[in-house]
Design a protein around this ligand. Structure first.
Ligand SMILES: [Zn+2]
Length: 136
């Protein structure tokens, strides 16, 4: 999967609903990357605050954006021989969360990264997720 360091400006894709938009703005505010991890890069590790995994899972339905036809696969969960893409953790969209004056774009797999691999997203993102209307 494409790697971006946390809190860097989002440049991955243009906005699917507005072909004229660069994708760097969303609902009028700059978009920052969160959770675009790579198997050959380190990431922040820690215990997730209570409710974070559940909120992120919920947001893959309520805050879904940028659906693609392809899949992102978890770089740390190898597919078993003979297994198909559908058998492992995968993502094909983003979640978008409003923060204070910014929006965050995270791959759908972020819930799996937090739950399965101890990834701890930036504090401002965690606060935005836990205070969002869509949080469980
Ligand atoms: Zn995994």
């Amino acid at each position: 999967m494409t790697y971006y360091a946390d809190l860097t400006p989002y440049t991955y894709d243009s906005d699917h609903w507005d072909p004229e938009a660069s994708g760097r703005l969303w609902q009028g505010v700059p978009v920052l990357n969160v959770g675009w991890l790579s198997g050959d890069k380190g990431y922040a590790n820690g215990s997730a605050p209570p409710g974070l995994v559940e909120a992120l899972k919920s947001m893959t339905r309520t805050h879904r954006a940028q659906q693609t036809r392809g899949f992102h696969l978890c770089p740390w969960c190898p597919l078993l021989p003979g297994a198909g893409y559908a058998d492992g953790p995968r993502g094909s969209a983003e979640i978008r969360v409003m923060g204070r004056g910014v929006a965050y774009a995270a791959p759908e797999l972020i819930a799996h990264y937090v739950e399965g691999h101890g990834y701890l997203p930036p504090a401002d993102f965690v606060a935005a997720v836990l205070s969002s209307d869509g949080a469980a």
